[in-house]
Design a protein around this ligand. Structure first.
Ligand code: UDP
Length: 271
Protein backbone atom coordinates (compact mmCIF):
# COMPACT_ATOMS: atom_id res chain seq x y z
CA UNK A 1 0.00 0.00 0.00
CA UNK A 2 2.84 2.39 0.89
CA UNK A 3 4.51 1.66 -2.47
CA UNK A 4 1.25 2.43 -4.21
CA UNK A 5 0.93 5.80 -2.47
CA UNK A 6 4.55 6.68 -3.31
CA UNK A 7 4.19 5.75 -6.98
CA UNK A 8 4.69 8.72 -9.38
CA UNK A 9 1.27 7.88 -10.87
CA UNK A 10 -0.49 8.41 -7.55
CA UNK A 11 -2.53 11.57 -7.45
CA UNK A 12 -4.60 12.70 -4.49
CA UNK A 13 -8.03 14.08 -5.36
CA UNK A 14 -10.39 15.17 -2.61
CA UNK A 15 -13.96 14.44 -3.63
CA UNK A 16 -17.28 13.80 -1.91
CA UNK A 17 -18.44 10.55 -3.50
CA UNK A 18 -22.12 11.30 -3.08
CA UNK A 19 -21.57 13.45 -6.19
CA UNK A 20 -20.46 11.91 -9.51
CA UNK A 21 -16.79 12.31 -10.26
CA UNK A 22 -14.81 12.73 -13.44
CA UNK A 23 -11.15 11.78 -13.66
CA UNK A 24 -9.07 12.66 -16.71
CA UNK A 25 -6.21 10.23 -16.14
CA UNK A 26 -6.35 6.49 -16.83
CA UNK A 27 -7.52 4.45 -13.85
CA UNK A 28 -6.67 0.82 -13.04
CA UNK A 29 -8.53 0.40 -9.76
CA UNK A 30 -11.36 2.25 -8.09
CA UNK A 31 -11.20 1.33 -4.40
CA UNK A 32 -14.13 2.39 -2.21
CA UNK A 33 -13.22 2.82 1.46
CA UNK A 34 -15.26 5.98 2.03
CA UNK A 35 -17.60 5.46 4.99
CA UNK A 36 -17.61 5.90 8.72
CA UNK A 37 -17.34 2.48 10.40
CA UNK A 38 -17.61 3.38 14.08
CA UNK A 39 -21.16 3.02 15.48
CA UNK A 40 -21.22 6.43 17.27
CA UNK A 41 -19.84 8.07 14.12
CA UNK A 42 -22.32 6.55 11.68
CA UNK A 43 -25.17 7.13 14.13
CA UNK A 44 -24.18 10.83 14.18
CA UNK A 45 -24.24 10.92 10.36
CA UNK A 46 -26.87 8.31 9.41
CA UNK A 47 -28.09 9.86 6.17
CA UNK A 48 -24.56 10.73 5.02
CA UNK A 49 -23.47 7.15 5.80
CA UNK A 50 -26.30 5.75 3.71
CA UNK A 51 -25.56 8.12 0.83
CA UNK A 52 -21.83 7.38 0.79
CA UNK A 53 -22.57 3.65 0.60
CA UNK A 54 -25.45 3.85 -1.88
CA UNK A 55 -25.00 6.85 -4.21
CA UNK A 56 -21.26 6.90 -3.48
CA UNK A 57 -20.84 3.25 -4.47
CA UNK A 58 -22.87 3.82 -7.64
CA UNK A 59 -20.76 6.82 -8.67
CA UNK A 60 -17.54 4.92 -8.12
CA UNK A 61 -18.86 1.94 -10.06
CA UNK A 62 -19.79 4.30 -12.90
CA UNK A 63 -16.24 5.66 -12.83
CA UNK A 64 -14.85 2.09 -12.99
CA UNK A 65 -17.15 1.32 -15.93
CA UNK A 66 -16.19 4.45 -17.82
CA UNK A 67 -12.47 3.87 -17.22
CA UNK A 68 -12.65 0.10 -17.79
CA UNK A 69 -11.10 -0.21 -14.36
CA UNK A 70 -11.62 -2.85 -11.67
CA UNK A 71 -13.71 -1.98 -8.61
CA UNK A 72 -12.81 -2.80 -5.00
CA UNK A 73 -15.41 -2.52 -2.23
CA UNK A 74 -14.56 -2.38 1.47
CA UNK A 75 -17.65 -4.06 2.93
CA UNK A 76 -18.10 -5.21 6.49
CA UNK A 77 -18.92 -8.06 8.85
CA UNK A 78 -21.90 -5.88 9.86
CA UNK A 79 -23.74 -7.23 6.83
CA UNK A 80 -24.14 -10.45 8.88
CA UNK A 81 -26.07 -8.43 11.51
CA UNK A 82 -26.64 -10.29 14.78
CA UNK A 83 -25.59 -13.66 13.38
CA UNK A 84 -27.44 -16.92 13.97
CA UNK A 85 -24.60 -18.88 12.33
CA UNK A 86 -21.25 -19.06 14.05
CA UNK A 87 -18.55 -18.50 12.87
CA UNK A 88 -19.75 -16.55 9.84
CA UNK A 89 -18.78 -17.85 6.37
CA UNK A 90 -19.27 -15.63 3.31
CA UNK A 91 -22.22 -17.83 2.29
CA UNK A 92 -24.23 -16.77 5.37
CA UNK A 93 -27.01 -14.33 4.39
CA UNK A 94 -27.10 -12.55 7.76
CA UNK A 95 -29.69 -11.50 10.31
CA UNK A 96 -30.22 -7.76 9.94
CA UNK A 97 -32.92 -5.44 11.26
CA UNK A 98 -33.71 -3.27 8.24
CA UNK A 99 -35.31 -0.52 10.34
CA UNK A 100 -33.05 -0.60 13.41
CA UNK A 101 -30.63 2.22 14.18
CA UNK A 102 -27.63 0.29 12.79
CA UNK A 103 -29.41 -0.12 9.46
CA UNK A 104 -27.92 3.19 8.28
CA UNK A 105 -24.64 1.26 8.10
CA UNK A 106 -25.39 -2.43 7.66
CA UNK A 107 -28.25 -2.10 5.18
CA UNK A 108 -26.33 0.54 3.23
CA UNK A 109 -23.33 -1.81 3.00
CA UNK A 110 -25.65 -4.62 1.90
CA UNK A 111 -26.94 -2.34 -0.85
CA UNK A 112 -23.34 -1.47 -1.77
CA UNK A 113 -22.61 -5.18 -2.25
CA UNK A 114 -25.83 -5.68 -4.23
CA UNK A 115 -25.13 -2.83 -6.68
CA UNK A 116 -21.51 -3.94 -7.02
CA UNK A 117 -22.53 -7.44 -8.08
CA UNK A 118 -25.26 -6.15 -10.41
CA UNK A 119 -22.78 -3.83 -12.16
CA UNK A 120 -20.44 -6.83 -12.40
CA UNK A 121 -23.15 -9.06 -13.93
CA UNK A 122 -24.59 -6.45 -16.27
CA UNK A 123 -21.42 -4.67 -17.46
CA UNK A 124 -18.62 -7.10 -16.67
CA UNK A 125 -16.82 -4.70 -14.29
CA UNK A 126 -14.17 -6.80 -12.50
CA UNK A 127 -14.87 -6.62 -8.73
CA UNK A 128 -13.20 -7.52 -5.45
CA UNK A 129 -15.23 -7.33 -2.23
CA UNK A 130 -13.86 -7.71 1.28
CA UNK A 131 -15.90 -7.96 4.47
CA UNK A 132 -13.79 -6.39 7.18
CA UNK A 133 -14.20 -7.65 10.75
CA UNK A 134 -13.28 -5.43 13.74
CA UNK A 135 -9.86 -3.94 13.00
CA UNK A 136 -7.64 -1.62 14.98
CA UNK A 137 -4.09 -0.35 15.29
CA UNK A 138 -1.90 2.74 15.61
CA UNK A 139 -3.07 6.07 14.17
CA UNK A 140 -6.77 5.52 14.93
CA UNK A 141 -8.54 8.53 16.30
CA UNK A 142 -8.60 8.03 20.09
CA UNK A 143 -12.09 9.57 20.04
CA UNK A 144 -13.27 7.23 17.29
CA UNK A 145 -15.79 5.70 19.70
CA UNK A 146 -15.00 2.02 19.11
CA UNK A 147 -14.14 -0.23 21.97
CA UNK A 148 -10.35 -0.55 21.85
CA UNK A 149 -9.61 3.13 21.40
CA UNK A 150 -12.22 3.97 24.05
CA UNK A 151 -10.54 1.65 26.57
CA UNK A 152 -7.01 2.86 25.80
CA UNK A 153 -8.18 6.47 26.04
CA UNK A 154 -10.01 5.80 29.31
CA UNK A 155 -7.01 4.06 30.89
CA UNK A 156 -4.62 6.81 29.78
CA UNK A 157 -6.87 9.49 31.23
CA UNK A 158 -7.57 7.48 34.41
CA UNK A 159 -11.29 7.10 33.82
CA UNK A 160 -13.56 4.09 34.25
CA UNK A 161 -13.80 1.58 31.43
CA UNK A 162 -17.24 1.77 29.83
CA UNK A 163 -18.65 -1.68 29.06
CA UNK A 164 -21.94 -1.78 27.19
CA UNK A 165 -24.25 -4.57 28.33
CA UNK A 166 -22.76 -7.38 30.42
CA UNK A 167 -19.48 -7.46 28.45
CA UNK A 168 -19.99 -11.09 27.50
CA UNK A 169 -20.71 -10.26 23.86
CA UNK A 170 -17.82 -11.31 21.63
CA UNK A 171 -15.82 -9.81 18.80
CA UNK A 172 -12.77 -11.01 16.85
CA UNK A 173 -10.19 -8.25 16.56
CA UNK A 174 -7.73 -7.95 13.71
CA UNK A 175 -4.54 -5.90 13.58
CA UNK A 176 -4.37 -3.33 10.76
CA UNK A 177 -1.22 -4.85 9.15
CA UNK A 178 -3.01 -8.17 8.68
CA UNK A 179 -5.92 -6.43 6.98
CA UNK A 180 -3.59 -4.55 4.63
CA UNK A 181 -1.75 -7.76 3.74
CA UNK A 182 -5.11 -9.40 2.96
CA UNK A 183 -6.15 -6.50 0.71
CA UNK A 184 -2.87 -6.60 -1.22
CA UNK A 185 -3.09 -10.37 -1.68
CA UNK A 186 -6.68 -10.16 -2.91
CA UNK A 187 -5.69 -7.58 -5.54
CA UNK A 188 -3.30 -10.20 -6.91
CA UNK A 189 -6.08 -12.78 -7.44
CA UNK A 190 -8.98 -12.94 -9.88
CA UNK A 191 -11.45 -13.99 -7.16
CA UNK A 192 -14.67 -11.96 -7.45
CA UNK A 193 -16.83 -13.28 -4.60
CA UNK A 194 -16.83 -11.60 -1.15
CA UNK A 195 -13.92 -12.46 1.15
CA UNK A 196 -13.95 -12.22 4.95
CA UNK A 197 -10.86 -10.49 6.35
CA UNK A 198 -10.70 -10.87 10.10
CA UNK A 199 -8.95 -12.64 12.92
CA UNK A 200 -10.81 -15.75 14.13
CA UNK A 201 -9.47 -15.25 17.69
CA UNK A 202 -12.80 -14.55 19.44
CA UNK A 203 -12.86 -12.72 22.80
CA UNK A 204 -15.46 -11.18 25.07
CA UNK A 205 -15.40 -7.44 25.66
CA UNK A 206 -14.69 -8.16 29.34
CA UNK A 207 -11.56 -10.06 28.27
CA UNK A 208 -10.43 -7.14 26.12
CA UNK A 209 -10.78 -4.83 29.13
CA UNK A 210 -8.80 -7.28 31.27
CA UNK A 211 -5.93 -7.69 28.78
CA UNK A 212 -5.66 -3.91 28.30
CA UNK A 213 -5.60 -3.33 32.06
CA UNK A 214 -2.76 -5.84 32.39
CA UNK A 215 -0.75 -4.47 29.47
CA UNK A 216 -1.17 -0.88 30.66
CA UNK A 217 -0.72 -1.78 34.36
CA UNK A 218 -4.01 -0.13 35.20
CA UNK A 219 -6.46 -0.68 38.04
CA UNK A 220 -9.31 1.13 36.25
CA UNK A 221 -12.81 0.29 37.42
CA UNK A 222 -15.46 -1.00 35.07
CA UNK A 223 -18.69 0.92 34.54
CA UNK A 224 -21.56 -1.00 32.92
CA UNK A 225 -23.72 1.02 30.50
CA UNK A 226 -26.74 0.01 28.39
CA UNK A 227 -26.11 -2.16 25.35
CA UNK A 228 -26.78 -0.25 22.08
CA UNK A 229 -29.75 -1.40 19.99
CA UNK A 230 -29.05 -4.46 17.78
CA UNK A 231 -25.47 -4.79 19.09
CA UNK A 232 -24.36 -8.19 17.69
CA UNK A 233 -23.99 -10.85 20.42
CA UNK A 234 -21.20 -12.83 18.76
CA UNK A 235 -18.93 -12.27 15.83
CA UNK A 236 -16.16 -14.42 14.41
CA UNK A 237 -15.03 -14.82 10.80
CA UNK A 238 -14.78 -18.12 9.01
CA UNK A 239 -11.64 -17.48 6.94
CA UNK A 240 -11.58 -20.71 4.93
CA UNK A 241 -12.03 -18.73 1.69
CA UNK A 242 -9.12 -16.34 2.28
CA UNK A 243 -6.90 -19.23 3.38
CA UNK A 244 -7.78 -21.17 0.24
CA UNK A 245 -7.68 -18.51 -2.45
CA UNK A 246 -4.71 -16.45 -1.27
CA UNK A 247 -3.07 -18.39 1.55
CA UNK A 248 -3.90 -15.57 3.94
CA UNK A 249 -4.49 -15.72 7.65
CA UNK A 250 -3.72 -13.18 10.37
CA UNK A 251 -0.15 -13.30 11.68
CA UNK A 252 -0.59 -11.03 14.72
CA UNK A 253 -2.54 -12.17 17.78
CA UNK A 254 -4.62 -9.90 20.01
CA UNK A 255 -2.03 -9.52 22.77
CA UNK A 256 0.72 -8.47 20.37
CA UNK A 257 -1.64 -6.20 18.42
CA UNK A 258 -2.77 -4.43 21.59
CA UNK A 259 0.83 -4.05 22.79
CA UNK A 260 1.86 -2.41 19.50
CA UNK A 261 -1.13 -0.09 19.58
CA UNK A 262 -0.56 0.95 23.21
CA UNK A 263 3.09 1.57 22.42
CA UNK A 264 2.05 3.97 19.66
CA UNK A 265 -0.37 5.95 21.85
CA UNK A 266 1.94 6.09 24.84
CA UNK A 267 4.67 7.46 22.58
CA UNK A 268 2.20 10.01 21.21
CA UNK A 269 0.58 11.25 24.36
CA UNK A 270 2.58 10.43 27.49
CA UNK A 271 5.83 12.37 27.94
N1 UDP B 1 -18.34 -1.47 23.49
C1 UDP B 1 -18.17 -1.35 24.87
N2 UDP B 1 -17.64 -0.20 25.36
C2 UDP B 1 -17.24 0.83 24.55
C3 UDP B 1 -17.40 0.71 23.16
C4 UDP B 1 -17.96 -0.46 22.66
O1 UDP B 1 -18.51 -2.28 25.62
O2 UDP B 1 -16.77 1.85 25.09
C5 UDP B 1 -18.88 -2.75 22.95
C6 UDP B 1 -19.99 -2.59 21.92
O3 UDP B 1 -21.24 -2.51 22.54
C7 UDP B 1 -19.81 -3.86 21.10
C8 UDP B 1 -18.30 -4.13 21.16
O4 UDP B 1 -17.81 -3.40 22.29
O5 UDP B 1 -20.47 -4.94 21.72
C9 UDP B 1 -17.56 -3.66 19.91
O6 UDP B 1 -17.97 -2.34 19.67
P1 UDP B 1 -17.32 -1.41 18.58
O7 UDP B 1 -18.07 -0.11 18.60
O8 UDP B 1 -15.85 -1.36 18.75
O9 UDP B 1 -17.57 -2.15 17.18
P2 UDP B 1 -18.83 -2.96 16.57
O10 UDP B 1 -18.36 -4.35 16.46
O11 UDP B 1 -20.01 -2.86 17.49
O12 UDP B 1 -19.06 -2.29 15.27
Amino acid sequence: MDNLLRSPNFKFIEHDVIYPLAVEEPVDWVMHFASPASPPKYLSYPIETMRVNSEGTMHLLQLAKEKQAAFFLASTSEIYGNPTVHPQPESYFGNVNSIGSRSCYNEAKRYAEAITYWMNRKYGIPVRVIRIFNTFGPKMDLYDGRVITNFINQIMSKRNLTIYGDGRQTRSFQYIDDLLEGIIRLLGTTYEQPVNLGNPQEVTILEVAQVLKELMKSNAQIEFLPLPEDDPRRRKPDITVSRTIMDWEPAIGLHDALARTIHYYQGQYIH
